[in-house]
Design a protein around this ligand. Structure first.
Ligand code: PEP
Ligand code: CO
Length: 474
């Protein structure tokens, strides 16, 4: 009897998710259209746009509502310090890079980094790719002028093409259909690799990239892989059976929800759930340039049930931040809201503490994540847009310290990276210099950490985390 009463009272998480707890008021997937929508193209052919959106609206979604809700639960755990978020991938995906090796190398480097973090931090790592839809970019100018010719800027492959010709730069709605298809191909490949055992902890050698053996970091990485292998074998010997849940890892996707017509077309209701889900990705975020409280992007994002994130730059004040949190997470729902701060190594010490203090004082539940990339972009004397590894590292280090000082908790990192051997960011263990940038600078937008620099940052995060936990010496 006792048991029965208990069962009746305790709602399962599935039952709870059927209860409309925080249905956004006066919201539909299209209410953003009445607000100012920055950073979006004007399509010259309204008929082509309408028919494309109708077609997209009938196409299958890329993710499911139960994956979205499972991720939200894990983000709630990260908010409590029980998981660490690793979010990473290209600044912008390109249609041309939807290739098997590029996708699997990116997955490998993220898996290797997560291995380093799990091993060093002794915490489960929540893996989120910046891919399968990261095709739209905010730009600082609407037009670009070369040799006296002015054309619209390149805004990502969802919208136009990077070549400097008039035809390439005209926004073409059919690109959304191509982007959706490539996102689906990317997800399909990632899901199959993971289901097929690619992420099996028994075989971390599957994730090896060419650098192992040549890199200054190789010894440390190999020692760690060896230690993990020993631990897995030890556990299996003790339990007398193979540890199956080490064979599969979970992987989620994210992208900037910038091109709202695309996001709207993939925003759906599903049977046996209340509310609306953005089913183009698990974890949409809005960028710093489109986070105005009364803007179209905040209006769109407030109504979907996904876990969502907002980028916060040095110009955000507590007076702006708290109303934004109110709009995006009025019910203070666990797992709902992530704030990704991207201040820059020289601004973070001044800009971040007032925000941490305000959120703590108001008792709001957020996941704090550091993006040490976007506040540290600079131009070199030979004309490359780059980032210095030392600044990236300095921003992450300070983020840990500032959170500790404020009594808040840094729950993850957001990085721009690739599994390729590019030379786009300066420094790192191989000490890439300005001259090296000429060798393999491939990004169309922001400079990415290459695989070696990515692994190095993961190792440095672990070191910093260990220092923070070590008791202070007398
Ligand atoms: C990005 O993440 O690529 C980006 C443009 O970031 P932010 O909005 O922080 O500038
Ligand atoms: Co970027």
């Amino acid at each position: 009897m006792m048991q029965r009463t208990k069962t009746l009272i305790a709602m399962t998480s599935q039952e709870r998710s059927l209860q409309p707890v925080s249905l956004a008021k006066d919201w539909t997937p299209g209410t953003w259209r009445a607000r100012e929508g920055l950073q979006m193209p004007t399509y010259p052919d309204a008929c082509a746009l309408a028919s494309t959106l109708a077609e997209l609206g009938r196409m299958p979604p890329l993710v499911t509502s139960w994956e979205i809700l499972a991720l939200k639960q894990q983000i709630a755990e990260a908010q409590e310090g029980r998981r660490f978020l690793l979010q990473g991938g290209d600044c912008a995906e390109s249609f041309a890079d939807c290739e098997s090796t590029i996708i699997s190398n990116r997955l490998k480097v993220l898996l290797q980094m997560s291995l380093v973090l799990v091993h060093g931090m002794r915490l489960p790592v929540l893996r989120v790719g910046r891919f399968a839809g990261q095709y739209a970019k905010p730009r600082s100018a609407d037009t670009e002028t070369v040799d006296g010719v002015t054309l619209p800027t390149y805004r990502g492959d969802f919208i136009n093409a990077p070549e400097f010709t008039e035809a390439a730069r005209i926004p073409d709605p059919r690109r959304m259909i191509r982007g959706h298809a490539r996102s689906a191909m990317t997800m399909n490949f990632v899901r199959s690799l993971i289901d097929g055992g690619f992420a099996d902890l028994h075989h971390p050698e599957y994730w090896d990239l060419g650098w192992v053996g040549r890199s200054p970091l190789a010894g440390e990485y190999q020692r760690m892989v060896g230690a993990i292998g020993d631990a897995v074998r030890f556990m299996e010997t003790l339990s007398g059976e193979s540890v199956h849940n080490l064979k599969r890892v979970e992987f989620y996707t994210s992208h900037e929800a910038l091109l709202l017509p695309y996001e709207e077309a993939l925003t759906r209701e599903v049977p046996r759930q209340w509310g609306w889900f953005n089913m183009s990705t698990h974890y949409p975020w809005i960028g710093m340039r489109t986070a105005a409280l009364d803007g179209a992007h905040v209006e769109y994002l407030r109504g979907v049930r996904n876990p969502i994130a907002v980028k916060i730059g040095p110009s955000v004040t507590p007076e702006r931040l708290i109303p934004l949190i109110d709009a995006l997470n009025p019910g203070d729902e666990p797992g709902r809201l992530t704030l990704i701060h991207r201040m820059g190594a020289t601004h973070i010490a001044k800009a971040l503490p007032p925000l941490l203090e305000a959120v703590r004082r108001e008792g709001r539940r957020v996941l704090w994540v550091s993006d040490p990339m976007h506040g540290n972009t600079e131009s070199t004397s030979n004309g490359y847009k780059t980032r210095r590894f030392d600044n990236i590292r300095a921003e992450v280090d300070q983020a840990f310290d500032l959170h500790a000082a404020a009594g808040t908790h840094l729950g993850g990192v957001h990085l721009e990276l690739t599994g390729e051997d590019v030379t786009e960011c300066l420094g790192g263990a191989r000490e890439l210099s300005e001259i090296d940038l000429e060798r393999a600078y491939r990004t169309c937008v922001d400079p990415r950490l290459n695989y070696e620099q990515s692994l190095e940052i993961a190792m440095l995060i672990v070191r910093k985390h260990a220092q923070m936990k070590a008791p202070a010496r007398a």
